[in-house]
Design a protein around this ligand. Structure first.
Ligand SMILES: C[S@@+](CC[C@H](N)C(=O)[O-])C[C@H]1O[C@@H](n2cnc3c(N)ncnc32)[C@H](O)[C@@H]1O
Length: 367
């Protein structure tokens, strides 16, 4: 069963349904998405510094590309992770940039204690607003979201390629793709209430505080029950960091239903390549800090049978901050019996409506 709690955000009282059961490894859990907001704390950084699946890939790429080079680490975090790894793998020097003030100060303390502190320059600010000289040969930036582009990687790394990298300079990671498959939200959390994990409430509050009011935040599903996927994953967003990198994109795809069930939205997850010719990290099937994101499309679950097709259009367009994208989805479910069901979602990075969709009306009950 869920419980209803109240949080306060800038004078707004928000009622939130919470699953009070303790979080366990591998138990599905519903959180707000967190990575695209400046609310990182030690817990969130530690989920990344201990992510072996992720870290091995970034390290392998740096071992190949960094020796003898000048490396720019965008979003170094409080641990200066990739700036330090670059030096350990033979980089000549590294420039580390962090926008969050508290993380920057912790990184500065970390730097003072390092033997190689004179080979790392640490700057505070947003890479898109800073000037660096000389330019870097390699840019490493782990600003990849569970919805791949949600943290602004396309805009930030387009700017890095244009202004901060030498001609022929390379970006790590190499490529990120968001996949989507048809699902029903309740089956991703079997036997559990559709409610936020208790531990996620401080983050929900921090995000609403940062924005100044509540909004329909994207829903992050940790350890989703993968039997709930009613079809294969299909790409809806492609980011080629060393190729044709688009800050805005539109994809139309057809998701074929392979199992009978009900559909009310799509589950999306990340595939990530740090080097071009490796097996990608698959956030749905590997143990990693990236989770999946559920995006609601239909007000009510629609019954489906194998052979039905969910035609999905995803438009990724920059929000008013010019960095973080908003996602606009339009869907038509074509059943084999000839019926059509239409659904849609606008999922802005910040702002937009509150309690617009039935799933948000249920998660944030009215007083
Ligand atoms: C996902 S965390 C990664 C932290 C660390 N690099 C790691 O891989 O464990 C992303 C970090 O990048 C920072 N960040 C995001 N965009 C940035 C930008 N354009 N300039 C500077 N910092 C940025 C965030 O504040 C956050 O600390």
């Amino acid at each position: 069963m869920y419980e209803t709690r109240e949080i306060k955000a800038h004078g707004h009282t928000v009622r939130v349904n919470v699953d009070p059961a303790p979080e366990r490894e591998d138990r599905p859990a519903l959180w707000p998405t967190v990575g695209e907001y400046p609310i990182y704390d030690q817990f969130l950084y530690s989920t990344m510094t201990t992510d072996q699946e992720r870290n091995e890939r970034f390290l392998a790429a740096l071992a190949k590309l960094a020796p003898g080079r000048r490396v720019l680490d965008i979003g170094t975090g409080e641990d200066l992770l990739w700036a330090r790894a670059s030096l350990q793998t033979g980089a000549r020097n590294a420039l580390a940039v962090e926008v969050i003030e508290d993380a920057f100060h912790k990184a500065a303390d970390t730097l003072t204690a390092l033997d190689q502190h004179d080979q790392i320059t640490l700057l505070r600010g947003e890479s898109t607003a800073l000037q660096f000289a000389p330019k870097a040969d390699i840019c490493v930036a782990e600003i990849i979201g569970s919805l791949a582009g949600a943290e602004g990687a396309a805009a930030v790394l387009t700017d890095a390629r244009n202004r901060h990298l030498t001609p022929g300079g390379l970006v790590v990671p190499h490529r990120a793709v968001t996949l989507a498959a048809p699902v029903r939200l309740s089956t991703l959390l079997p036997g559990q209430p559709v409610a936020f994990a208790e531990a996620s409430l401080p983050y929900l509050q921090a995000i609403f505080d940062w924005h100044g009011r509540p909004f329909d935040i994207r829903l992050r599903i940790e350890h989703p029950h993968t039997d709930a996927l009613l079809g294969d994953g299909t790409p809806i967003e492609v980011l080629d960091f060393n190729g044709e990198l688009r800050t805005e994109q539109r994809t139309t795809t057809r998701l074929t239903i392979t199992q009978a069930g009900h559909v009310d939205g799509v589950l999306t997850w990340l595939n990530l390549w740090c080097l071009p010719d490796e097996e990608p990290l698959d956030a749905l099937r590997m143990k990693t800090n990236w989770a999946s994101i559920y995006l609601p499309l239909f007000g009510e679950p629609v019954p489906v049978t194998p052979g039905d097709v969910l035609e999905l259009t995803v438009e990724v367009a920059l929000s008013d901050d010019g960095i973080h994208p908003d996602y606009h989805l339009g869907a038509t479910l074509h059943t084999t019996s000839g019926n059509k069901h239409h659904g849609s979602l606008t999922s802005p990075h910040h702002g937009g409506p509150f309690r617009a969709h039935p799933v948000y009306q249920a998660l944030f009950p009215a007083a």
